[in-house]
Design a protein around this ligand. Structure first.
Ligand code: PXL
Length: 280
């Protein structure tokens, strides 16, 4: 190899386990764009393939759990990973093999975005997947990033009653063993969006954001990947959560609408020319 190449520093490597979203708005494509935009090199293990457009998800084909495990194991033998990011995982069997892999790398931070449904409400996780996440993944997570609906379902509160206390949900989730829980508040009936970070001792920080006018596809994947990127650069979770929210907010302000459904976050907002901004 020419010396110039061998001296090129390796960016932090973040391994994302996620499903393909052909729109590029969510899923593995969202993770790759976010990680690359934030200066990491994305590694990817595909857990499922979806058929969808910007309005919603039509079909899901989970990848065989053995293939999920093989993709990850081969990669991990070769390259040093700075953070694991988990999105839509496809099946309870895949969750089980991913949990085994994570257990072999206990020092690598795990960012779990517990994807349960699409923005339109298409179910993306079965009850056995939710049970497996709760039993096998949440105990190993450095941080999980549910929205308020997901937090209530994972904490076993069935109702979507706005009065249900999100702090109580977070306490149940940290009791399962994760270090931090970031509950995003887009779906709550508050004037501003409140994103709240908890640990085992309770509230850590709340950040408030002005509500943006659009409906966005892939904002959760963007936020969780951005947290993974900052953790991969060595910052702590509260700092990563702050910086990742700033990044995500910028991607949503620059979002574009390529089809008839939702807006997609612009993960390369910082590379836009003034003219492209004028067309947005
Ligand atoms: O936004 C969550 C999400 C994650 N991954 C895939 C998705 C979605 C939502 O639709 O399709 C592949």
């Amino acid at each position: 190899m020419p010396p110039i190449l061998s001296q090129t520093p390796v960016p932090p490597l973040v391994l994302s386990f996620a499903a393909s979203d052909p729109t590029g708005g969510a899923g593995i494509q969202a993770d790759l764009l976010t990680l690359a935009s934030m200066g990491c090199h994305p590694l990817s293990v595909i857990t499922a393939i979806t058929v969808q457009d910007t309005a919603g998800v039509e079909e899901v084909l989970p990848i065989d759990a053995e293939w999920v495990a093989d993709q990850a194991r081969m990669l991990l033998e070769d390259v040093p990973v700075a953070a694991f990011k988990l999105g839509m995982l496809g099946s309870a069997e895949s969750i089980a093999v991913i949990a085994e892999i994570l257990a072999d790398y206990p020092d690598i931070p795990v960012i779990l975005d517990p994807v349960l449904a699409s923005g339109r409400g298409d179910e993306l996780a079965t009850d056995d997947m939710i049970a497996a996440m709760r039993d096998l993944l949440i105990p190993q997570a450095s941080i999980i990033t549910p929205n308020s609906h997901e937090a209530r379902r994972l904490a076993l509160f069935e109702s979507d009653d706005e009065e249900l206390d999100l702090a109580a949900c977070a306490a149940r989730l940290t009791d399962l063993g994760c270090e931090f829980v970031l509950i995003t508040g887009t779906h709550e009936n508050t004037p501003r969006v409140l994103n709240t970070l908890y640990d085992a001792n309770g509230l850590v920080q709340t950040d408030a954001w002005d509500r943006l006018p659009g409906s966005y596809h892939g904002s959760g994947c963007t936020l969780a990947s951005a947290i993974a990127a900052v953790l991969a650069y060595g910052q702590d979770v509260p700092a990563a959560v702050r910086e990742a929210q700033n990044f995500t907010y910028e991607t949503l302000k620059a979002a574009f609408r390529p089809g008839m459904g939702q807006y997609l976050p612009e993960r390369f907002f910082w590379a836009q020319t003034p003219q492209a901004e004028g067309n947005a």
